[in-house]
Design a protein around this ligand. Structure first.
Ligand SMILES: [Zn+2]
Length: 210
């Protein structure tokens, strides 16, 4: 047994002395494979607290979460998940899909169409068609029945073609009042045409010219 006094003396004698390379290797080899003591709960908590707000060392688990977030973000419709438009952008999108720019904009044209159909100019055109056709359905040749003036090129098609947005523009549009574009038909025959009233909208202008 080495006494406490001798230990102290030995320690003092070693102070300031450096290990030789061989000794260093020996120490290193002795330590290899030895596990460090597990961290105590308190120490773990301290480590964890020290990392709060430190974005440089969020670790593997966090990286996985971020990766998953970006993956979901890239999926189909959720591409913009979490990305919010600014008010200005929202306004721009709203305006772009409104009015004349919108593909499905029918409200305006329907209103204009109704207004024109009720105008004196329209009644004049219709009467001219009836007179020319001698008040006879040009398909079934019936007379004395309820008659309508059929547009060969549909009325709404022409409004769209010439971008007519009011009665004044309609009156100035020559093709709209071209008698060659009109034909007298009885209601039944008119209903069979491709562009009869709502049918034109349903078929999406597929065969607007009948
Ligand atoms: Zn008919």
């Amino acid at each position: 047994m080495i006494s406490e006094k001798t230990k102290r003396l030995m320690s003092k004698a070693q102070t300031g002395r450096k290990h030789s390379k061989a000794t260093k290797d020996k120490i290193r080899l002795a330590k290899l494979g030895k596990k460090r003591k597990p961290f105590s709960k308190k120490h773990k908590l301290n480590l964890s607290r020290a990392k709060i707000g430190n974005t440089n060392s969020l670790g593997f688990k966090h990286g996985k979460i971020i990766k998953e977030f970006h993956r979901k973000k890239m999926l189909g419709n959720s591409y913009h998940l979490g990305v919010k438009h600014t008010e200005a952008t929202k306004k721009r999108i709203r305006e772009a899909s409104l009015g004349k720019k919108g593909n499905n904009w029918q409200g305006g044209i329907t209103k204009v169409a109704t207004s024109i159909r009720n105008s004196a100019r329209y009644k004049k055109w219709r009467d001219a068609i009836f007179l020319r056709d001698d008040y006879t359905c040009q398909k079934c040749k019936k007379r004395g029945v309820y008659l309508e003036a059929h547009h060969k090129k549909s009325f709404s098609f022409l409004l769209k073609k010439y971008i007519i947005t009011n009665n004044k523009e309609a009156i100035e549009c020559k093709e709209l009042w071209n008698l060659d574009n009109g034909k007298t038909l009885c209601l039944d025959c008119h209903k069979l045409t491709n562009n009869y009233k709502q049918k034109a909208n349903v078929t999406k202008n597929k065969s607007i010219i009948s």
